[in-house]
Design a protein around this ligand. Sequence first.
Ligand SMILES: C[S@@+](CC[C@H](N)C(=O)[O-])C[C@H]1O[C@@H](n2cnc3c(N)ncnc32)[C@H](O)[C@@H]1O
Length: 343
Amino acid sequence: MNAVDWQALERMRAVFLEGTPVRGSYWRSESDLANYDATLGERIGWKWDAALTEVARLGWKPPPGSLLDFGCGSGVAGRRVMSAFGTSSFTELRLHDKSPLAEVFATERARSDFPGLPVRTIAATELAEAVEGATLVVSHVLSEMTEAARARLLSLAERAAAILWVEPGTHADSHALISMREALRGQFGLIAPCTHGERCGLLAPGNERHWCHFFGRPPWEIFTDPDWAEFAARMGVDLRSLPFSYLVLERQPIRSSYSCLPSRCCRVIGEPRFYKGYARLFSCAADGVAELTWPKREAGDLFKAVKDGSAGSLFRFEHTGDRIKGAERAVPEESQRGDASAP
Ligand SMILES: C[S@@+](CC[C@H](N)C(=O)[O-])C[C@H]1O[C@@H](n2cnc3c(N)ncnc32)[C@H](O)[C@@H]1O
């Protein structure tokens, strides 16, 4: 982290926390984007790392074609996806933002990180064509969009070959993303985090207080870094907590090697809560969402792996009522599903 302009960051963070449609742009200079990229943007990068790790567990890869980062800001999301799958997975990186300053910054950063990769900006009028056959990346945009802008983004998403979408892990942002899921699930297959392609179980009556969110893991070095300590203090951010919501979709028909999730799997949403001798966890499966109790003595080594966060969030549970009788990983520990080289 080089010399940080804290005032600029505080001004931007205040806008983000407001979570209401933003007129104009908060990017005033290249320096705003550099400050964001090194701090708030980097935190978003850790969320992407966590979401992409879950996707990798399934062995899913985006279809061949270009990558379009919509609302790219400093470009962190597109770069994380590019790094995760490799430049050979994409023909081009396309960047769009309503702020030309952001587009220029994101383009320069991407060119410097991925020499030889074609990178270009896409004007609003070219978006419909540019998203055709592309993998669309969207990150931390919904809360600052008007209803009309969200509707335009949805029409755009409907034309993509695949979609990777990460939003903050708040109740409001998660439900905004669930609305997008519901609108898209007819034409798209659900890759992650969903365990089925039917109506989201969180929309069933009685589940209003819940939301679909997960937690990223910041690199341990930041906890001893004085710059990150200052960032946390000034921004009022708890560095240990990194909640996010995400959605990965592929246009139907999904390529055969990725066409199904592990059978009878459950996704653990949020963070399990551990008590003496048992854990409580919120599980999403094809038959709905449910709060389950998992006695430690029936859990074996998996209990520890879930507790230390190394087991991912996809499991197979046998349960009677809300009590888990048996549990296993839905994806074997050492393997990734599918053929990673499949088209
Ligand atoms: C909070 S920033 C997130 C930037 C980046 N996606 C990330 O995850 O770090 C939101 C970005 O969306 C852009 N944006 C907001 N509404 C937009 C719209 N209607 N069309 C294009 N870009 C938009 C903003 O200019 C800003 O760069």
